[in-house]
Design a protein around this ligand. Structure first.
Ligand code: CUK
Ligand code: CUA
Length: 667
């Protein structure tokens, strides 16, 4: 260790001494203090562990003492696990994994009748899907800021959208997009969550029929879907939702306009070459074929106008879903293009709504478009040319406000309250901090549109998330880099490595960004995350009343109170009304005949926080998690005679092992 470092170490140690003195001694008692805990001096620990001043700073910034809570909650995509990860920030402690597209036994997700029905809502006709590829969690917003009520996520693999209610952190609805098998530009919400946006990705015939790749330009199409959200019911309403038919470019990320651009939606694209691949037949592979042109198209969509046209009946039905045809979009002035350079990826609207930041994966710049200029060009009908389908194209130089050279492989951008933008640099494994122009310039007195700082991350960052960093009022303070590779960051766990979420300190507007913490993610491939102030979430501690059905957020018709338990036989159907409380089920014996249909409701009649009971039934493949107040149902045919001990899977009390019973099936 160099003298300089030693010097810092001493300064930090002194600061710690001061801090501990303040904490332990109060204001008036002037006792002599040695900074020691349990007989060991803090300095010694620092020295023994070989920590630098920076390490100590990072530790002190992120450590949350036992019993204390994080300031922020991060909702991260669980990638192809199909789930959502809930993480405390700045501690980076995993708080929960929410079952969404994939059955999850600990939560009983996809085992009870109620949760199976939610999962089945996302099945295409005739198929049962048991996984999803979660890309973009989108929190519900009011006035362009997160309101803590709902979370939406998309499944890129099958074009589905799920709704999670943040009163109990459970998935309430999954909808299957009827006209597509692949999405990406979702989920993002309009500033008051009137619509949840699901943009498509890989073009295909929207009616789901076969068409050969020779007919790509005529028969294949892209799409963007606007799912109407009924906040009171907490559900997407398919009948009030509609899609736009788009040219068969591969649409990518999207974002909703806000403030000045509210009512507009932006969507970028790649493969405007309309390459169809086929490397095995001597064609250029997609990666080359889709990157030939210098420019792709930013799609500028007038959502208000599209909504009017939908309400005026200008849609046609494809697979029973409302779709505004491409020719209508062009004729009525719903869709415009602006060229975007070099395989664009992210599109992010600045907090004031006036600038659109687009990254080019193969361009070291971010390009900033000015919405007001785009709107003026549209109003004046200033179009340089049209694409092969007739969509008007606004001139690049007319729409462009600035370009900032940020580094290699820029992907996604978020914002803080100090007038900075943060862009992830995939190829460079770094985060770039740069100054926003416009109304933001005045706040920091620096030149607008310039790079000011960079921090290395490890490695190959995809998205980044700043606390409330895509809101009208960003919070800043922390940034999480969602890194795709971790290589040497953690103990070797074999060839499949965890990914790495890295926490970065961005609190000071004058100091450089500082890396604080590494969190290995051993599930899925997380793409995007959003970070919300923890106090905005008003989750229940227990369900509001005994006999609650979370799938409807109301009283379950088959719930019973203590004393109301019964077994009712009707012909070959046996219906069980059971309660669970520490430490027994009532009844403890359930006997049926082979071939009976069994409908079995279990109500947890506890009111104590955390008094969850499980319910495992062997052979028949059930596990439930029944939280305090909850009622859950299993339904099956007792198709094999025998004796099946059932038991509680949550260690709920000292006599938890005794919380069991026998299910007997008579031959
Ligand atoms: S995408 Cu993964 S790094 Cu699906 Cu938002 Cu850009
Ligand atoms: Cu109930 Cu263990």
């Amino acid at each position: 260790m160099g003298t300089r470092n030693k010097h810092y170490l001493w300064l930090t140690a002194l600061a710690l001494v001061g801090l501990l003195w303040l904490l332990t001694c109060g204001k008036n008692e002037q006792k002599a203090v040695t900074v020691s805990v349990g007989g060991q001096e803090v300095n010694q620990v620092i020295q023994q562990r070989g920590l630098t001043a920076q390490d100590v700073y990072a530790a002190v910034k992120t450590y949350i003492p036992t019993g204390k809570h994080d300031e922020y909650i991060m909702f991260a995509s669980g990638g192809h696990s199909g789930q959502v990860l809930v993480i405390g920030v700045p501690s980076m402690r995993l708080l929960k994994v929410i079952g969404v597209f994939t059955p999850e036994p600990w939560q009983g997700w996809g085992f009870s009748k109620e949760t199976r029905e939610v999962l089945a809502g996302g099945n295409p006709p005739g198929k049962t899907l048991t996984w999803g590829d979660v890309h973009h969690p989108g929190l519900s917003e009011t006035g362009g800021d997160y309101d803590g009520q709902f979370l939406f996520v998309n499944d890129k693999a099958n074009s589905r959208v799920a709704v999670i209610d943040l009163r109990d952190f459970e998935t309430k609805q999954i909808v299957k997009n009827p006209i597509s098998l692949s999405d990406h530009g979702g989920t993002f919400v309009t500033p008051n969550t009137e619509y949840v946006i699901e943009g498509g990705q890989y073009a295909m015939p929207l009616n789901g029929q076969y068409a050969s790749l020779d007919q790509y330009k005529e028969k294949y199409r892209g799409m963007i879907t606007f799912w109407k959200f009924d906040r009171k019911k907490g559900r997407l309403v398919p009948g009030q939702s509609f899609a736009l038919e788009l040219p068969p470019y591969w649409q990518d990320l999207s974002d909703a306009g806000k403030q000045v651009s509210e009512g507009w939606v932006f969507l970028n694209s790649f493969n405007t070459e309309m390459a169809t691949g086929g490397v095995e037949s001597g064609n250029p592979p997609f990666e080359a074929g889709a990157s030939q042109r210098d420019m792709d198209y930013l799609h500028v969509i007038n959502l208000r106008k599209a909504e009017q046209l939908f309400k005026a009946g200008k849609t046609k039905k494809i697979n029973g879903f409302n779709v505004l045809p491409l020719d209508v979009l062009i004729k009525e002035g719903v869709l415009y293009f602006v060229p975007e350079p070099k395989s664009p990826h992210g599109i992010d609207v600045t907090p004031d709504g006036n600038y659109l930041v687009v990254s080019g994966k193969l361009d070291p710049h971010v390009t900033i478009y000015n919405f007001t200029k785009i709107k003026q060009a549209i109003e004046k009908g200033q179009f340089k040319e049209h694409d092969p389908y007739g969509v008007p194209i606004i001139d690049f130089d007319t729409a462009m406000e600035a370009q900032v050279e940020v580094g290699l492989g820029p992907l996604h951008t978020q914002f803080d309250p100090n007038g900075y933008a943060y862009t992830s640099l995939f190829l460079e494994s770094a985060v770039a901090r740069w100054t926003l122009g416009g109304q933001w310039t005045s706040k920091h007195g620096k030149e607008p549109w310039t790079l000011v700082d960079k921090v290395s991350v490890h490695y190959n960052i995809g998205h980044l998330a700043v606390a409330e960093g895509d809101n009208v009022h960003p919070d800043g303070k922390y940034l999480v880099a969602l890194n795709k590779w971790s290589i040497d960051r953690f103990a070797n766990v074999g060839p499949l490595l965890p990914q790495n979420f890295q926490l970065v300190d961005i609190a000071s507007k004058d100091q450089p960004m500082k890396l604080l913490y590494d969190m290995p993610i051993g599930i899925g491939e997380p793409h995007y995350a959003q970070i919300i102030k923890a106090d905005k979430i008003k989750a229940w501690e227990v369900y509001p009343e005994i006999g609650w059905d979370p799938s409807t957020q109301s009283k379950h018709p088959k719930a019973v109170q203590a004393g109301g338990e019964k077994i009712v036989r009707r012909g070959k159907t046996v219906e069980v009304f059971m309660t669970a409380v520490r430490s027994h089920y009532t009844p403890e014996h359930v006997e049926v005949k082979k071939g009976d249909r069994v409908i079995w409701h279990i109500t947890n009649i506890e009111r104590a926080r955390d008094a969850t009971h499980g319910f495992a039934l062997p052979y028949y493949n059930f596990n439930l998690s029944i939280e305090p107040g909850e009622t859950q149902t299993i339904e099956f045919v007792a198709d094999r005679a025998g004796v099946y001990p059932f038991y509680c899977t949550e260690f709920c009390s000292a006599l938890h092992l005794e919380m069991a019973g026998y299910f007997l099936v008579k031959p």
